[in-house]
Design a protein around this ligand. Structure first.
Ligand code: ARG
Length: 297
């Protein structure tokens, strides 16, 4: 028997939960439970696209900062309704990508491994996020190696999946293994459109992931297939709207509302997908997960 167990106020149910009874395949009968998370976000008051450090960014096309803020607010409210504890770090003028809080660090066991950004345009964000961690009583580890935080480090159960190829240096993977004392699995990213690991893999619960196979080299793909034989495989179409760039509490999965096949697959597996529109922030090359840094005390 399977019992879906949403842990959030009924108002959210009315707004988000489909009345459709999920069609469960026989192998997916596990009980899903929502564990509300503690997260850090940054309101995109200064969001724009004024430089190009990934293929999604087109500085010649004007952006609408107020639309970005309105869409971000929708994500923020969604998390609050799901019972998450949302902290905010102040946005800084001149740092338009600071909204992508996932890149600000990687936090487990109250220890915050700071970010050291690849591109000069984002480098001041590293110290800004580390200041926030210090002010909020995290044990901050100043990074020795280039890394972009939870953009490239994803915790799945006790294993850390670590991306490299475009941003985080593989030396940072060793540093993370030493700091957190957990197994670190290096995965090479090969498609510049999926330049951070969190654009190519979604963590759904402690043992379930979703991913885009073509984003990885042969060794990375083999590792994923061996470790996660039941993973959700997303379509190129869904990945192209950053559908994988999503945030799960173990039952509710906040995703890009345009990732329709991913939404269907999540429902079939007994998850509760919740679509949001972050189209303006997509112009910076980021989505739901990029705007979300998990704080694990
Ligand atoms: N414009 C930002 C960059 O290229 C987007 C970061 C997206 N963040 C993420 N976690 N994938 O650095």
């Amino acid at each position: 028997m399977r019992v879906a167990c949403p842990v959030f106020p009924s108002t959210v149910k009315e707004t988000f939960v489909s009345t459709t009874v999920p069609q469960l395949s026989p192998e997916n009968t596990s009980v899903r439970s929502a564990i509300p998370r503690t997260i850090l976000m940054c309101r995109p008051n200064h969001f724009t696209v004024s430089y190009r450090i990934n293929p999604w960014m087109h500085p010649q096309i004007p952006t609408d900062t107020s639309l970005a803020v309105a869409q971000w607010e929708q994500l923020y409210r969604t998390y609050q309704k799901l019972g998450m504890q949302v902290h905010l770090v102040d946005s800084i003028a001149g740092l338009p990508d600071m909204v992508y809080a996932a890149n600000g660090g990687f936090v487990i066991d109250n220890t915050a491994y700071g970010a050291r950004f690849t591109h000069a345009e984002r480098q001041p964000e590293g110290p800004a996020y580390m200041d926030w961690f210090r002010d909020n009583d995290f044990d901050v580890r100043v990074p020795q190696n280039t890394n972009e935080g939870e953009g490239d480090f994803l915790l799945v159960g006790d294993t850390i999946l670590a991306g490299t190829g475009f941003r985080s240096a593989s030396d940072s993977h060793r540093e993370v293994a030493e700091i957190f004392g957990r197994e670190v699995v290096t995965l090479n990213l090969v498609n510049p459109s999926f330049y951070h690991l969190d654009t190519a893999i979604a963590v759904l619960d402690d043992s379930t992931i979703a991913y885009l196979p073509s984003a990885f080299d042969a060794a990375g793909l083999a590792a994923l297939e061996r470790r996660y034989p039941d993973a959700v495989i997303v379509t190129e179409t869904d990945a192209a709207v950053l559908g994988l760039n999503s945030f799960s509490d173990g039952y509710n999965v906040v995703i890009a509302d345009r990732a329709v096949d991913f939404e269907r697959q999540l429902r079939e597996r007994g998850f509760n997908p919740i679509g949001v529109d972050l189209s303006e922030l997509l112009r910076g090359g980021g989505g739901v997960k990029c705007c979300t840094l998990e704080l694990r005390r």
